[in-house]
Design a protein around this ligand. Structure first.
Ligand code: SAM
Length: 309
């Protein structure tokens, strides 16, 4: 169970859960620079650079990885797996939005949007409104940084600065969201930072606000045995000390709840169609799967999509 979290904790971009948004943006920046990139996020780099120094700097730094690999040969594979995972995840959810707008959806809600720059980088059809929900300081950081670089949104973008454990549906509606119109919802990199009951509440609220034809996509982590979590924590702490970075212990920020609902099962029981894709399958499809020791053959996560009946 999370040891650093409280029911009403807050953060900025460089602390606690906020810093995880920088980590994943750093992975998107690194992927964007590859000659065979699966995604193009031209704004990830400036968003990472503006966030200051942090554990994310190892993501793009091949020398640091090589140094850490000297004493732990698995580190290279682990880092490659993590970076590929992020690229595949972004690719998967970019495709989700592309299919949603092809189906005529023009109302988008990105939950816990962090440094997601889709409202600035995807080719949204005219008339699309993108709502972004996250903590106030996280949204402030993203919009001020992109504005300072002259980057404008490619859709009408509306910020909803509120914690998702509070009454976000009221805040969303107050910003102009129309529950009578079909919506495409995304929960990427979010659910593990919510307790299981808050996850159930979140999907109940999404369901309540979703007109027929609405679509939802979510990333959910598998539950790992405590001894495996401990081994991973020790491994990352050791890597961090070798390459002289502050360790970022995600397990202290997440809620690993064994009774957490399976998203696809929950959706199917509440008026949605649902399909679940293990992340390993999505990675193999794009030829980006890298075997890592100690994974017990398990997928890191599941990508679920659904349509409201
Ligand atoms: N979805 C973004 C992406 O994939 O790039 C950000 C993912 S980042 C790993 C986690 C994000 O969840 C952070 O931006 C954090 O502020 C947000 N978050 C976590 N719990 C939240 C909550 N209770 N309310 C609002 N935002 C939350």
């Amino acid at each position: 169970m999370s040891s650093l979290r409280t029911d009403d904790d807050t953060w900025d971009i460089a602390s606690s859960v906020g810093a995880t948004a920088v980590m994943v943006a750093a992975a998107r920046a690194a992927e964007t620079e590859r000659h065979d990139a699966l995604i193009n996020d031209p704004y990830a780099k400036v968003l990472v650079e503006g966030a200051g120094a942090g554990a994310w700097r190892f993501i793009a730094d091949e020398d640091l990885v090589a140094k850490a690999s000297e004493s732990d040969p698995e580190v290279g594979a682990l880092f490659e797996h993590m970076k590929n995972y992020q690229a595949v995840r972004t690719h998967f959810f970019d495709a989700f939005f592309s299919a949603a707008v092809d189906a005529g959806v023009r109302q988008i809600v990105i939950l816990a949007s962090g440094l997601d720059s889709r409202a600035f980088r995807l080719p949204w059809p005219a008339g699309t409104v993108v709502y972004e929900i996250d903590q106030p300081l996280v949204l402030d950081y993203k919009s001020s940084t992109l504005a300072a670089h002259g980057v404008a949104p490619t859709a009408e973008r509306r910020e909803v600065p509120i914690d998702l454990r509070q009454d976000w549906p009221a805040a969303l509606v107050a910003t102009g969201f129309d529950p009578a119109r079909p919506t495409a919802w995304l929960a990427e990199g979010l659910l593990m930072y919510l307790p299981a009951d808050a996850q159930d509440r979140l999907f109940a609220q999404i369901t309540e606000l979703s007109a027929p034809g609405s679509q939802v996509a979510a990333e959910s982590m598998g539950v790992h045995a405590p001894d495996r979590r401990e081994r991973m924590r020790e491994r990352f702490a050791s890597i961090a000390s070798q390459i002289d970075i502050e360790p970022m212990d995600i397990t202290e920020l997440t809620y690993e709840d064994p009774d957490r609902a399976e998203v696809a099962e929950w959706l199917a029981a509440h008026g949605w169609t649902a399909q679940a894709v293990p992340s390993q399958d999505a990675m193999r499809r794009l030829d980006r799967y890298v075997e890592v020791a100690d994974s017990d053959g398990q997928s890191f996560s599941t990508f679920t999509t659904g349509t409201k009946l």
